[in-house]
Design a protein around this ligand. Sequence first.
Ligand code: FPP
Length: 269
Amino acid sequence: MPEASASPKVTEAAAPPPPYPPPQAGEGREGFEPPRHVAIIMDGNGRWAAERGLPRREGHRRGVEALRRAVRAVGESGIEILTIYSFSSENWSRPATEIRDLMGLLRRFIRNDLAELHANNVRVRIIGERRNLEPEIRRLLEEAEELTRNNEGLLLIVAFNYGARQEIARAAERIASLVAAGAMAPGDVTEDVVASHLDAPDLPDPDLVIRTSGEQRLSNFLLWQSAYSELVFVPTYWPDFDRTTLENAIAEYRRRERRFGGLRRVVKP
Ligand code: FPP
């Protein structure tokens, strides 16, 4: 006889509720505008792999699959702009093998997915420092931008070799050159002038920044642009990110009251 029925019953702990449950009917705040620009810090590939006894590169590979899902889900949700943090200025400090894996994934992502992104009317733009990149990577990034230049669907901003402090320093360098050349007086350097020298000055700031994996920091991502972004941290590791994770994060965003330092809710155009 199996003994299972005789042994004391172990009650499984109930799964914790999602941290950001969708708004309930009648909650009264469902009507807040959806975000126009969502930025994502795709974190947790390594931990996802470690928990499964897999090499980190498998976590990154599954991360690319999650990225494909995310682009599709974001595009279908009517969000206009998606910015992804795909490789930071600080990621160069990782072991050479991991950097090779990440560069390989980027190459494959562009080679395999660019045609589909283009067919889906996605426009790709890159932010970050390009000067020191391998020529082949640079060419691929430029090719992605060039091919999709006239698309009018989702705008996908890939932050690659990106660091916000470095971006602000580059803006300061450009402005300093203008001042040194006599084209601008030091007193003319306003907030708008700095913003207009960032890597993608024509874009609206992100309304919502999502970070996966449970970490709660910005890690040098869009520090200038996220001054008034809503931050939503989800425990999901990036390879498990899906449409539901996105919808719950957006629902949380829509419950927030954005006041931009004032006393009243502000609706941005
Ligand atoms: C964070 O996970 C993720 C990255 C450093 C890179 C994000 C890259 C991808 C999603 C795949 C590559 C996609 C392109 C287009 C290059 P982590 O390694 O920091 O995870 P951990 O904190 O659990 O170790």
